[in-house]
Design a protein around this ligand. Structure first.
Ligand code: FMN
Length: 155
């Protein structure tokens, strides 16, 4: 399977999870490529009028794993803008994850994941797995390992 790991990551947390995922997916014989979404202005405090600098083309991927940080209890506006610009996600199998600083998913993670899911499904994508990594959780490494294990399997 040709898997695109499409991420927005400013300080590297989301990227580090994506890299672990990529390593494991490659071991299972899939093609897995990390592609980064970025904005011209990456200042995290400016969430309005996002202009994308890199917007990965997803057409060749069968499966997408989409990852992004939580910002202000919402999905990062860079990822939100990117997903909003996609024309169609028809026939794509999609898994989503977010990373957030706070220790509990209700502190923005759940909302962000649901935003991702809603945008993807509005574009005819089918969302299967969802994962939230709480960076300040004491069992963070275990949670990342569990997410990777879960996402390694495809529906
Ligand atoms: C402007 C801004 C707003 C944030 N808002 C939240 C938040 O509402 N909840 C939370 O848990 N973390 C929040 N964070 C922390 C990030 O979600 C967290 O550090 C994330 O893992 C960063 O991912 P990255 O390193 O891939 O950019 C915020 C960070 C920034 C810069």
């Amino acid at each position: 399977m040709n898997i695109g790991i499409i991420i927005h990551s400013h300080t590297g947390h989301t990227l580090s999870v994506a890299e672990k995922l990529q390593d494991e997916l490659l071991k299972t014989g899939h093609s897995a490529r990390i592609e980064r979404v970025s904005a011209i202005n990456e200042d995290p405090s400016s969430a309005k009028n996002i202009q994308l600098k890199t917007a990965p083309d997803i057409k060749d991927y069968d499966r997408l794993i989409i990852g992004a940080p939580v910002r202000g209890f919402s999905l990062s506006s860079v990822m939100e803008e990117y997903l909003s610009q996609l024309t169609s996600l028809k026939d794509k199998k999609i898994d989503c994850f977010v990373t957030q600083a706070f220790p509990y998913p209700w502190m923005g993670g759940n909302r962000s994941i649901n935003q991702m899911k809603d945008i993807c499904e509005a574009k005819d994508g089918k969302v299967y797995k969802k994962g939230i990594i709480n960076w300040s959780h004491k069992n963070r490494d275990k949670k990342i390992a569990d997410l990777v294990e879960n996402f390694k399997k495809s529906e």
